[in-house]
Design a protein around this ligand. Structure first.
Ligand SMILES: *Cc1c(COP(=O)(O)O)cnc(C)c1O
Length: 223
């Protein structure tokens, strides 16, 4: 693994995809998902221009956070969060990407000591194995979610099925973007909905085409 080459390639690929999609420069942030590597390798990324770190599990998040918290970094918790673990982690998180139920939102409201930026996770493809609100569930939940004032709903997050074709990816990401815009138009004060967390190593291109502002990249950095 050549970390420098990989990192340069990832940034170049994201830049190319952004240009091809007609996006303005620097509208897509790259989150390095460091769940595959130890602290020393995550730390090596920082001198290569990485500013966003993502982890999908609470214990791994806290390990990286405690080791690297003195750096100027933005911290993303990107994976499913159990309600009983909210209190252990939520106040260290800059962005939480997997808000997938009203009950979890209520727990975040209760345990946070400041406003937490959150992505509502949607399961557009209705895959059994994936977490997230369906479109209908989310629209129905908006009033109660909006009443939780320790949460800023910055946008939507989605994960496409592993085996999705390019056509299916385009459908899923477009539907997510459409739903983002539908909610944004409601102009709910704590739901600015300006961001989209979509795209991983294998599907960042389609995601950027459909307005993603945060791509979550793991494998491509560390292969
Ligand atoms: C692991 C993970 C990623 C990164 O996936 P890669 O395919 O390795 O780029 C992105 N999002 C979530 C939620 C993850 O758990």
């Amino acid at each position: 693994m050549n970390l420098r080459e990989n990192t340069e390639r990832v940034f170049q690929q994201i830049k190319n995809a952004s240009q091809q999609a007609g996006r303005e420069n620097d509208t897509v942030s790259v989150i390095a998902v460091t769940k595959y590597v130890e602290v020393s390798i995550a730390e090596a990324l920082l001198s290569l221009g990485v500013h966003h770190i993502g982890e999908n599990r609470v214990d791994k998040f806290l390990e990286k956070y405690n080791a690297l918290k003195d750096y100027d970094l933005t911290w993303h918790l990107i994976g499913t969060l159990q309600r009983r673990k909210v209190k252990d982690v939520i106040n260290y998180v800059d962005y939480f990407h997997a808000l997938d139920s009203v009950k979890l939102a209520e727990e975040i409201q209760k345990r946070s000591n400041r406003v937490i930026k959150c992505f509502l996770q949607v399961n557009i493809s209705q895959e059994e194995t994936k977490h997230g609100f369906s479109k209908e569930e989310l629209l129905a939940a908006l009033p109660v979610l909006a009443s939780l004032d320790n949460i800023e709903y910055v946008g939507l997050m989605t994960m496409a099925p592993f085996e999705a074709s390019s056509e299916e990816l385009n459908e899923i990401f477009k539907a997510t973007q459409d739903l983002q815009l539908e909610i944004r138009e409601k102009q709910i004060p704590n739901m600015p909905m300006m961001d989209l967390s979509m795209g991983m190593s294998r599907d960042y291109k389609e995601a950027i085409h459909h307005g993603s502002t945060f791509v979550r990249i793991g494998t491509a950095f560390f292969k």
